[in-house]
Design a protein around this ligand. Structure first.
Ligand SMILES: [Zn+2]
Length: 328
């Protein structure tokens, strides 16, 4: 039998599942991707997962049972104490599914760790990305939502109900914009990808941003379809409205991060998605706002960096969980 050193990973989202295999150091050797067969329900999806693991493991001439560990980065809320999935909107029928037991039964003797994608991504940036070597790290995405994870002394800080690190739902603006969580004024309602687009649309509808509107017209983008990426691209091209809008976003995000920095005093804050795409023109003002608003003495000492893993974060998230099981 092959030496049990390979790590397997599954990155499970509402629309697609990726399966990866890595060597013992975490270097990814192969990857396959399939659409999530949501209509099959949990049993069908678990069968698809094990089938994908067999296929990806075969690329390095092993069976899944020969792997040292499997990590599963799950795109929804997961309870690691009970090993079950909580109710999630984007994968119907998953509430209460004992994912840990199902996969452990399918792969006896293989180490197994499952966590939500934000925690898993935090671990990945700490182990393989921009947070390497940090004793205390806060990771935040600026994607569909503002997901977050905290790694402290090499371990995830999970908090009650695995809900620690949800900086996106700290309230910035009393009675402010509506948030997906049901509250108002959360950071996520100002600085997630959809919130960045919504704020821009509101300004344009109020008559601002003629030049940016012309850019969108030329690109054939209707205003309701505007995405944060298009604003970042226009800002990179020097369109003033887009640059100002990103600067305002850096203010909101910097404010939210400053609050978190005052509580956690992390060595480094790692920011994914929009922050990575926008680069220095976003990160520089954001860093100034963090220094201005965090507790004096702490904000200056905290590094704020773009994520290091880019589009590969999901793959490494799963592998980071697998490596974590082994304590390596
Ligand atoms: Zn919220």
């Amino acid at each position: 039998m092959a030496e049990r050193s390979h790590l397997l990973g599954l990155d499970v989202g509402g629309t697609k599942i990726a399966a990866v295999v890595a060597d013992g150091s975490g270097e990814i050797l192969a990857k396959i991707r399939r659409p999530t067969p949501a209509a099959l329900g949990p049993d069908g999806i678990v069968a698809e997962m094990t089938d994908m693991l067999a296929e990806v493991a075969a690329t390095v001439s092993i069976a899944p049972l020969d792997a040292a560990a499997l990590g599963v980065s799950f795109g929804g809320p997961y309870d690691p104490v009970r090993g079950v999935v909580r109710d999630i909107p984007n994968l119907p029928d998953w509430g209460g599914v004992p994912l840990y037991a199902l996969l452990a039964d399918a792969l006896p003797g293989v180490g197994l760790a499952i966590d939500n994608d934000a925690n898993a991504a935090a671990l990945a940036e700490w182990r393989f990305g921009a947070g390497q070597g940090a004793d205390h790290m806060l990771y935040l995405t600026m994607g569909t939502g503002i997901g977050g994870g905290i790694v402290s002394e090499g371990r995830l800080y999970r908090g009650l109900r695995n809900a620690g690190g949800e900086v996106g739902h700290t309230v910035l603006v009393p009675d402010g914009a509506e948030c997906g969580c049901g509250h108002r004024g959360c950071l996520e309602a100002y600085a997630s990808g959809p919130a960045i687009a919504r704020r821009a649309i509101e300004k344009i509808e109020a008559g601002e941003g003629d030049a940016f509107r012309a850019v969108l017209r030329d690109a054939g983008v209707a205003l309701p379809d505007l995405r944060a990426e298009q604003i970042v691209e226009a800002a990179r091209d020097g369109v003033k409205f887009a640059m100002d809008h990103l600067a305002e976003t850096a203010f909101y995000m910097g404010w939210g991060i400053a609050n978190a920095v005052s509580i956690l005093a992390p060595e480094v804050v790692v920011l994914g998605t929009v922050a990575t795409a926008a680069g220095d023109m976003f990160m520089e003002p954001l860093r100034r706002h963090v220094v201005d608003m965090a507790m004096p003495g702490v904000g200056e000492a905290t590094r704020v960096e773009p994520a290091g893993l880019g589009d590969l974060v999901g793959d490494y998230a799963a592998i980071a969980l697998a490596a974590d099981v082994l304590g390596s």
